[in-house]
Design a protein around this ligand. Structure first.
Ligand code: ADP
Length: 472
């Protein structure tokens, strides 16, 4: 099958979170399993762009409202990612350093989507599937069906994957003229609650919708930032497929970001070496449990609870654990987390920013990973942590519920709690400290148990192929 993935992110080209990881891995494993997967994404000014060789694949032009624009599709020459990678360059719109966060993001991603469908309409053949990811590609299922200029693509099945349903790409009807001319009778298929809503439009128009875990699919029906009724109505075409993890990137035996590699047999020594490095670098106490948090400092991740939860745990445990935080986001949370560094010198540290190298060392060297998320579609951090023998402390939600079994349950290897509250997080951390201080044998068993879990992509790829096949 020939599948074209449309996404705003793809690791290692540009990544802001889990979307990048998935779109960097899924096509690679699809290609390895005998399919022909391609990725098309915006051409940002990233390191990857400058460090690789590109060939011009297509030059075209299109309009967005009364704005005429030219676009160029370039292709990475060596296929080094294991699939065909195409970048869309639109002068003045996409060629920025960051992926998101600009005041004209609506126009940027709309122009990207128009360029993609325009490019596809010039192909001599049709791909078997157009697979769109998140709201930045959410208008494509509508455009190929109902925009007059792109009607010739209408017979291509579209699949839409929701990696994060909180962000929906809303825009007012005053921007509707930016979408290429469409059949006006179909305006309702763009709309949700009086706005144009690209995520809702994708759910209505895509032939099939997938989410990145089963539990998240269930949760969307009662908690999806206003789209609950839509998910209830469309549940018949929605499927939950749990993400895999990319063993080429996330494997403690071969991880190119690590100095001290380890396997399930050498996990204790391997992790101790990485923990030592972290403790030296961040002035932490090697003899105490090391609890980490990695991620966006936003409400979805319950990052606002971290400062109080750390205070409360330090108090409850008499400073008996270490915390190391890596992330960026809400400026007030960043400020609060930085303040704690003075208060808990020797047991706490924080790095504000995005650091791929450090994140790998943290997964390898930590004893526990904390994820108190309010919403977690799949969550990759806990899966990476498990692969590196780091015990996850997670809230019982979404993909966290589907991937972590509490140590109190039969053969469980993690710590789960129910509420995104300071009390529940503190309780989880207290259980972790108890395990570390008094249950080292069981702790060792848990590490080995979780490292042996198969979270490989092959299984997920087969489920995606089944979805595509059902549309033929
Ligand atoms: P989300 O996509 O909601 O942010 P996921 O758990 O699905 O969350 O994926 C997060 C990915 O981003 C993981 O690969 C994680 O290691 C990475 N990540 C998040 N924040 C940072 C950071 N500050 N530095 C390095 N990596 C980060």
């Amino acid at each position: 099958m020939e599948i074209i993935h449309v996404s705003a992110e793809c690791y290692p080209v540009a990544k802001a979170g889990g979307l990048g990881d998935v779109v960097g891995a899924l096509p690679k494993y699809q290609t390895a399993m005998g399919h022909y997967a391609k990725v098309v994404m915006p051409m940002y000014r990233t390191k990857f762009l400058y460090q690789n060789d590109w060939a011009i694949d297509f030059k075209g032009n299109a309009t967005m409202g009364d704005r005429y624009f030219e676009y160029t599709v370039i292709k990475e020459k060596t296929n080094k990612l294991g699939f065909d990678l195409y970048l869309v360059d639109i002068n003045g719109l996409l060629d920025r350093e960051k992926v998101y966060g600009y005041s004209d993001d609506t126009e940027r991603f709309l122009a990207f989507q128009i360029a993609v469908v325009d490019w596809l309409s010039h192909w001599e053949h049709h791909p078997d599937i157009i697979h769109c990811h998140d709201h930045q590609a959410g208008l494509i299922p509508f455009m190929v069906k109902y925009c007059y200029d792109y009607n010739k693509l209408a017979s291509i099945p579209t699949v839409f994957t929701i990696h994060n349903g909180q962000y929906q790409g809303w825009m007012g009807w005053d921007k509707s003229h930016l979408i290429p001319r469409w059949d006006n009778w179909k305006s309702g298929l763009l709309e949700w609650k009086k706005n144009i809503n690209p995520l809702a439009s994708a759910v209505k128009n895509a032939w099939k919708v997938t989410t990145v875990s089963h539990s998240y699919l269930e949760e969307l029906r009662y908690n999806s930032n206003g789209l609950e009724a839509l998910f209830e109505y469309e549940k018949g075409k929605c499927v939950g497929i749990l993400n895999g993890i990319d063993a080429d990137v996330w494997n403690p035996e071969t991880d190119t970001y690590l100095k001290d590699h380890f396997t399930v047999e050498t996990v204790a020594e391997g992790k101790a070496a990485s923990k030592k490095l972290l403790c030296q670098q961040f002035n932490l106490d090697e003899n105490k449990a090391l609890i980490i948090f990695i991620g966006r400092l936003v409400g979805e991740k319950a990052a606002d609870l971290l400062p109080d939860a750390i205070l409360s745990s330090m108090y409850a445990l008499n400073n008996g654990v270490n915390f190391l935080i890596l992330g960026s986001g809400d400026p007030h949370v960043e400020w609060q987390l930085k303040q704690l560094a003075g208060q808990y010198q020797g047991n706490y540290n924080v790095v504000i920013g995005y650091n791929e190298t450090l994140s790998h060392l943290m997964y390898a060297g930590a004893d526990f990973l904390l994820m108190p998320s309010r919403v977690e579609p799949c969550g990759l951090n806990q899966m990476y942590a498990m692969q590196y023998g780091t015990v996850p402390i997670v809230r019982n939600t979404g993909g966290l519920r589907d991937t972590v079994v509490d140590m109190g349950d039969w053969q469980g290897w993690g710590i789960r709690f129910n509420h995104a509250s300071v009390g529940d997080i503190t309780h989880g951390i207290t259980r972790a400290a108890g395990l570390f201080d008094h249950g080292q044998t069981h702790f060792g068993w848990m590490r080995q148990r979780m490292m042996e879990i198969d979270n490989s992509w092959e299984n997920a790829v087969q489920q995606y192929i089944n979805v595509y096949t059902s549309l033929k």
